[in-house]
Structure formats: C-alpha cells, structure tokens
Design a protein around this ligand. Structure first.
Ligand code: GDP
Ligand code: MG
Ligand code: K
Length: 284
C-alpha cells in the first residue's frame, strides 16, 4: 500500500468533518459549534489501492497569524507536510472561500479543491465553468456533497493524480502564482532572493510564502526570520518593499495583498462565467 497523508483545510462549516466521517467511517460531531480546543482528528481510508491518513484540521478563513486556529493550521501544514491538501470550500459562498485557497497556493503545496455544498448551488441555479476556474487556479476542483457522499470517489481519485503527478510535466499539478500587481510582486521577488540564501529553509517553506508573509508584517514569520544570521538585511528589504507598495497602492502592504487576492478571485470568477441563481449576475 502506498500511503498518502491528506490534510483537510477550509473555512468553518464547509463540510470538512462530514468528509472526514464519510471517508474514514468516524463519527465526529458535525455542525455549527465553536470548538474550545484547537486540534486535529486523524482517521484512515483506503481507495484504489492507496491508504489515506486523513487529518481534519480546525476551520479557518485565512492563514494569517491572528487566531489560534490560523496558527495551528499553518504549523500543521509546515511541520507535518501533508502530501496533498484537500481544500474544502462552500461552493455556495465561493468568493469568500476562495480567499483561503489563494493563500494555500502561496504555500506551494499539492492540493485539490472540493466544491462542497454543490447541492445548494444547484438548487439556487448557480452557473460556472469549472474547468476554466480550475485551470485559472492551477488546482483540480471536484463538485461534492459530503452529506450524501456524492463526488467523494472522484475527489480521492484526483488526490491520487495530484500525489502521483510529476511537477511541471503534468496537468494535474501545475503551480501557478497568484499575481499581486507590479510593486507587490517586485517586493516579493526581492525578499525571496535574500531568503534563498538560507540553507535548509526551502525544504520546509516556500520562499514565496515566507516573502509574502513578511510583506504582510506577519509577526510569526518575522520571528522565524530573526533567527537567520542576515535577518537585518532581509527585514530592511521588506521595509523598503512595504514602503514602495504603500506609495503605489496608498494602502499598507497587508491590505494591498488582500485586495490583490480578492482582485484575482473576482477576475477568475468573471472569466469562468460565474453567475449565481435568482437571475442575478454577481460578476460582470
Ligand atoms: P466543518 O465545520 O467544515 O467540519 O463542517 P461540517 O462537516 O461540520 O458541516 C457543517 C454543516 O454542513 C453540517 O450541518 C453538515 O451536515 C452540512 N453539510 C456538509 N456537507 C454538506 C453538503 O455538501 N451539502 C449540504 N447541504 N450540507 C452539508
Ligand atoms: Mg469540523
Ligand atoms: K448549510
């Protein structure tokens, strides 16, 4: 048996635990409740000759450093290095849910998106070209309904394809960069150049992810970088880049990066012809 370590990541209430229970036969509590403890449940599943170690992570809207859930999910992704992330999203609330997706893409991890609650989007009469959306994000996407198990086999099949894919050479694994606009990208590239000098770093972190986090003034990543011998140099470049971003966008770089991500999402949804039900076009 080949073993694939899979982490379930997504906003609260999008169906992660429902998938976890359906796939692993567990009976974890689903539904609306705020957990007191921030932890991960582990379970197992087998499919097409593969064994899956599933980790059900706490719900999070973002990968910033503002809540215990966010920090916990980040730590799990970096330290446990899952082979594939299943990013579960509530397809009836696409725009907000895709924000976390853009942050996961920054981490340069192999992932598959489960467009869950697909039944609700069908009832509402939403329309979208999923092939186009999937191609714009560089991530395979699978419509699912975890309360009935619809799409779960296809989802796991996609996980296997992404796991087995060779980087660059395979359509199932095509890392894209979410483009944040000229001055932000210029800053990211410059900070990244200085991070690359750090030996051993790249095995655990994407330098692009670290550079973006530094530009967002992320305190946890800044603490990590302060342990590097050339921390002052790196942070000096960060400060200069942040200043240029502010001059260009009139916003602090954290807000500018968030706006750029939402801009990307809007553009992608428009290009994929997204309309929501009730005859109302959300994206023109
Ligand atoms: P989590 O917070 O991401 O772990 O989400 P849960 O698995 O606890 O699910 C939240 C709620 O959504 C529960 O009431 C589930 O029964 C329900 N749910 C999960 N998946 C679906 C789905 O595909 N369609 C619908 N209509 N409800 C779902
Ligand atoms: Mg849950
Ligand atoms: K619901």
């Amino acid at each position: 048996h080949k073993v694939i370590n899979v982490a379930l990541v997504g906003n609260p209430n999008c169906g992660k635990t429902s998938l976890f229970n359906f796939a692993s036969g567990a009976h974890e509590r689903v539904g609306n409740y705020s957990g007191v403890t921030v932890d991960a449940k582990e379970g197992h599943a087998t499919f097409e000759g593969y064994e899956f170690n599933l980790v059900d992570l706490p719900g999070t809207y973002s990968l910033s450093a503002y809540s215990p859930e966010e920090l916990y999910v980040r730590k799990q992704l970096v330290e446990k290095t899952p082979d594939v992330v299943v990013n579960v999203i509530d397809a009836s609330n696409l725009e907000r849910n895709l924000y976390l997706t853009t942050q996961l893409i920054d981490m340069h991890i192999r992932m598959v998106v489960a467009l869950n609650m697909f039944d609700e989007t069908e009832q509402r009469g939403d329309n979208i070209n999923l092939d186009a959306l999937s191609s714009l994000f560089g991530v395979p996407m699978q419509p699912t309904v975890f309360t009935t198990g619809r799409g779960v086999k296809e989802l796991f099949h996609k996980v296997i394809e992404v796991y087995e894919a060779t980087e660059g050479a395979d359509a199932h694994f095509r890392h894209i960069h979410i483009k944040h606009g000229h001055e932000i990208e210029h800053g990211i590239a410059e900070i990244q150049d200085h991070l690359k000098k750090e030996h051993g770093l790249r095995e655990r972190y994407s330098t692009r992810y670290l550079a973006i986090k530094l530009l967002e003034n992320d305190k946890e990543v800044e603490q990590l970088v302060r342990t590097f011998p050339d921390a002052d140099e790196i942070l000096k470049h960060r400060d200069e880049a942040a200043k240029r971003v502010k001059e260009e966008t009139k916003e602090d770089s954290e807000t500018a990066i968030m706006d750029a991500k939402y801009g990307f999402i809007h553009g992608a949804l428009a290009e994929a012809g997204y309309t929501t039900g009730n005859g109302k076009d959300t994206y023109q």
